[in-house]
Design a protein. Structure first.
Length: 196
């Protein structure tokens, strides 16, 4: 007979994923064991396996949960407003999500190769969906820059994706202001860009 789910199953699972993200971000996926995770969670390995069949599944969930939040934010932003307003709203939403998910962001950027191929394909598909949203906005803002749409999009993500390595939410500038700076740089750059 299958073990019944506890009333706080989802909450415990989310806490386990957050702890795994922190552990994988600090020690790397290969450097952290399920035993390490159990120790960090104050629980047993068998309880972790109750929530996830394998360590690979935990890694996938760390990445997928983070990406799902980003995809949801992108979908919400794309429903209204002009391209410039949507780019600003999207950047703000992403920066706010990054502030609370530095560990997940680091794991996503550094550990993708550790996922089994089918799961890696799923994660990459979610990443491409997010990239496509920004590509759409760049193309709306500068349709004449079409051959450069993807490179411009990737430059945009280069500005914001690595903030987890240096941005401090308790520093002199908050996530909202940082998002504004990133959008201003992007929009001013697009306006001044010499289309080929």
């Amino acid at each position: 007979m299958a073990r019944p789910q506890s009333p706080d199953y989802d909450k415990r699972r989310e806490a386990l994923v957050a702890t795994a993200a922190h552990l994988f971000a600090r020690q790397g996926f290969q450097g952290a064991s399920v035993s390490d995770l159990a120790l960090q969670c104050g629980t047993s390995k068998s309880l972790i396996y109750h929530y996830f069949p394998s360590k690979d599944d935990i890694l996938y969930e760390v990445m997928a949960a983070h990406l799902d939040a980003l995809v949801d934010a992108a979908d919400d932003v794309m429903r209204t407003g002009g391209a410039r307003e949507r780019l600003h709203a999207l950047t703000l939403a992403f920066m706010r999500l990054y502030v609370g998910a530095q560990d997940s962001q680091k794991v996503l950027l550094n550990e993708l190769d550790n996922l089994p191929s089918p799961r890696r394909v799923e994660v990459v598909a979610k990443q491409r969906r997010i990239i496509a949203v920004v590509e759409t906005l760049v193309l709306e803002i500068r349709p004449d820059a079409n051959p450069l749409t993807l490179p411009l999009t990737m430059l945009f993500f280069g500005m914001i994706n690595w903030t987890h390595t240096w941005f401090r939410p308790d520093g002199e500038i908050d996530a909202d202001a940082m998002a504004g700076i990133a959008v201003d740089l992007m929009l001013n750059g697009l306006e001044r860009l010499q289309a080929s």
